[in-house]
Design a protein around this ligand. Structure first.
Ligand code: C2E
Ligand code: CA
Ligand code: CA
Ligand code: CA
Length: 281
């Protein structure tokens, strides 16, 4: 038993070393990616179900690595969150997406009231410089604050509810709006929802995926939409891939949809093509 214990320990420790080494490699590669401009922002359109118009886009970070190809944000954002590099990355994403969307609007490709939604990580959300950073970025690209929406996950909000409400109110006085991302996956109680100054709630993809086969998911989705509407909150469904899902969401009065059915996240030049074609229909 002792022998086994020691072997286990050695195995565990080797694993740990590998994990630490991997982590350090990641950190260095993320720094290189920032310096060498390997990051890029893709945009996924959000569609209003009433009239099938584009209400805006979600900005999604892409890392195009010269050897490894496209690396998923799900892989490197958690690392960047741990190392603190997410502050620099997040700043870059905000700057890049506000610049590109402002230019797109100037070219008349996106209606003036449209929004760009940018994901904020927990660390960014609690950064004391956040308001200053956002104000500067909006100014430098002449983007009206009404055109910026910040997506924040339920778990980020629940870390410190009072603090979250304060930051959100401060940013809202600038004219910026908020969406709760991945709704339904965290532990927030519904009673909190009305305390957060949010305009939009995004139903997590996991609830949408199995529509119209999973009765529970359909019941939850319908209930979330109804409840949000009673609170005056707009509902966006994520991960809509099929006409059946669209039909269900439409029947249950979901406001907007986002998903591969309409479009994958696209680089700017392809988004521009999508927008011209979509408008003709
Ligand atoms: P998220 O904010 O929940 O973003 C939605 C994810 O679902 C995106 O994955 C998007 O490409 C994907 N998606 C959209 N429509 C469909 C669909 O119809 N089917 C399926 N299967 N997937 C769909 P992506 O781009 O890989 O991003 C993953 C996560 O990484 C995001 O989840 C977000 O949490 C994070 N992330 C991405 N960009 C940023 C960023 O700039 N800052 C921060 N802090 N996090 C980001
Ligand atoms: Ca999001
Ligand atoms: Ca989401
Ligand atoms: Ca997610």
């Amino acid at each position: 038993a002792k022998e086994l214990g020691r072997n286990n320990y050695q195995f565990f420790s080797e694993d740990m070393n590998r994990a630490i080494l991997e982590h350090l490699t990641w950190e260095k590669e993320i720094q290189d990616a920032l310096n060498l401009n390997q990051f890029s922002v893709y945009y996924q359109p959000k569609i209003r179900l009433d009239d099938l118009t584009v209400t805006g886009v979600e900005a999604l970070l892409r890392w195009i690595h010269p050897e490894k190809g496209m690396i998923s944000p799900d892989k490197f954002i958690p690392v960047a969150e741990e190392t603190g590099q997410i502050l620099d990355i997040g700043h870059w994403v905000l700057d890049q997406s506000c610049r590109e969307i402002s230019q797109l609007m100037a070219r008349g490709r996106l209606a003036p009231g449209s929004r760009v939604a940018v994901n904020l990580s927990a660390r960014q959300f609690t950064d004391p410089n956040l308001i200053e950073v956002i104000r500067d970025i909006l100014n430098s690209h002449s983007l009206p604050p009404e055109c910026l929406e910040l997506e924040i996950t339920e778990s980020t909000l629940m870390k410190d509810v009072e603090h979250a409400i304060r930051i959100m109110n401060d940013l809202r006085t600038l004219g910026i709006s908020f969406a709760i991302d991945d709704f339904g996956t965290g532990y927030s109680s519904l009673s909190y929802l009305k305390r957060f100054p949010v305009e939009v709630l995004k139903v997590d993809r996991t609830f949408v995926t199995d529509i119209p086969h999973d009765d529970n998911d359909m019941a939850i989705t319908a209930a979330v939409i109804a409840m949000a509407h009673k609170l005056g909150i707009t509902v966006v469904a994520e991960g809509v891939e099929t006409p059946d899902q669209l039909e269900f969401l439409r029947r249950n009065r979901c406001d907007q949809c986002q998903g591969y059915l309409f479009s994958r996240p696209l680089p700017m030049h392809q988004l521009e093509q999508f927008l011209t074609q979509f408008r003709i229909r």
